[in-house]
Design a protein around this ligand. Structure first.
Ligand SMILES: NC(=O)C1=CN([C@@H]2O[C@H](COP(=O)(O)OP(=O)(O)OC[C@H]3O[C@@H](n4cnc5c(N)ncnc54)[C@H](OP(=O)(O)O)[C@@H]3O)[C@@H](O)[C@H]2O)C=CC1
Ligand SMILES: CC(=O)N[C@@H](CCC(=O)OP(=O)(O)O)C(=O)O
Length: 310
């Protein structure tokens, strides 16, 4: 029998993208709820309990309710794309490339928390440097990022695309999260293995999909006389042999005139760069991804595949 997959929230932004990625897959059976019934709790509960893997693409509160609906059913495994369980130690964090053990943990887990889009970039840059000992645990990490507007789900998409929307946003690029309490900070700190909460400043650009995450560093405040070359080598070693995360070589990075936020739109890949000048005091670590690809739906399908194999 084929494993049954139910995407709760399949008609939302993340859910639809997962459905697109699953189209044509003959190895799984997709359970589906009609769009008009998407908030019918009885139907959702039945479908959740009939699934081998339920992928939750819901706001945090609805995701917690969905988990409660299958609490007594040990045969249902869950991938939650919301923020609700990302720093819960009982849940496996769904970033397979984060360290050498993570893919195995995801494969064997009953509960997997899919990472946030910004943390995928930030942790992807920070964690290998923590593991290599180059980045001190108490380093004051700052994270600056720009996301495509689909990152804000159906509501922000409507505000950006519909000029007649009562809360239409006309700005080509805007900062938000100004009180510096973004919901992604805890997972960046926990899975980045940082003692101090990173200072995170997100923004949105007038493009649908794509993301740049920047982590600038002062070399003098790192360990082991860290340099442009040693930082790049640590990242390249960590991701060697991966097909999803690519560390761009220093020569290629140095020749780039700019980084285009939408370069990886509609892909599930992530590129990491180390920018700077040999001998100069700073480096800028940069992650490039699709907020809906490796930042959400692509990672959810990657985790599902690991769980099906595990
Ligand atoms: N967009 C992105 O880039 C990313 C999103 N995520 C996370 O994925 C989750 C979904 O986000 P996203 O797809 O953007 O959001 P959307 O608003 O686009 O979609 C959410 C879907 O869930 C439905 N829904 C809301 N509340 C309930 C409920 N109580 N019961 C059943 N269905 C409900 C919505 O229906 P309705 O239309 O009626 O509101 C909608 O279909 C969120 O937790 C988000 O944080 C994670 C990574 C990236
Ligand atoms: C542009 C935009 O609004 N982005 C969303 C995060 C998107 C994401 O990763 O979502 P989850 O953490 O919900 O999974 C935000 O800042 O709240």
């Amino acid at each position: 029998m084929k494993p049954k997959i139910f995407i709760d929230g399949e008609h939302g932004t993340t859910g639809l993208q997962i459905r697109t990625r699953m189209a044509g897959r003959a190895d799984v059976e997709l359970l589906s709820i009609p769009e008009a019934e998407r908030r019918n709790n009885r139907m959702r509960e039945d479908l959740l309990n009939a699934a081998d893997i339920a992928i939750l693409c819901l706001p945090d509160d609805a995701a917690k309710e969905a988990v409660a609906m299958v609490a007594s059913n040990n045969s249902v495994r869950i991938i939650d794309t919301s923020t609700a369980h990302r720093v819960d130690p009982a849940w496996a964090y769904g970033f397979a490339e984060m360290d050498t053990e993570q893919a195995r943990k995801i494969a064997g887990a009953r509960h997997v928390a899919n990472p946030g889009c910004y943390p995928t970039g930030a942790i992807g840059l920070i964690r290998p440097l923590r593991a290599a000992g180059l980045l001190p645990e108490d380093y004051p990490v700052t994270v600056n990022a720009v996301s495509g507007y689909t990152g804000g789900g159906k509501q922000l998409i409507a505000q950006m695309e519909d000029a007649g929307h009562p809360e239409h946003i006309d700005a080509p690029h805007f900062l938000y999260g100004l009180p510096l309490k973004h919901k992604h900070v805890p997972e960046m700190q926990v899975h980045g293995l940082l003692a101090r909460a990173p200072l995170f400043s997100p923004s949105v650009g007038k493009f649908a999909q794509g993301m740049i995450v920047q982590v600038p560093l002062y070399l003098a405040d790192l360990n082991d006389n860290a340099s442009l070359g040693s930082i790049h080598a640590a990242l390249a070693d960590h991701y060697a042999g991966q097909d999803i995360v690519e560390v761009v070589n220093l020569k290629e990075s140095a020749a780039l005139p700019r980084v285009n936020a939408v370069e990886l739109a509609d892909t599930d890949r992530m590129k990491l760069f180390v920018f700077g000048t040999a001998g100069a005091p700073h480096v800028n670590l940069v992650a490039l991804l699709d907020n809906l690809g490796k930042g959400a739906s692509g990672a959810a399908v990657q985790n599902m595949d690991l769980m099906l194999r595990g």
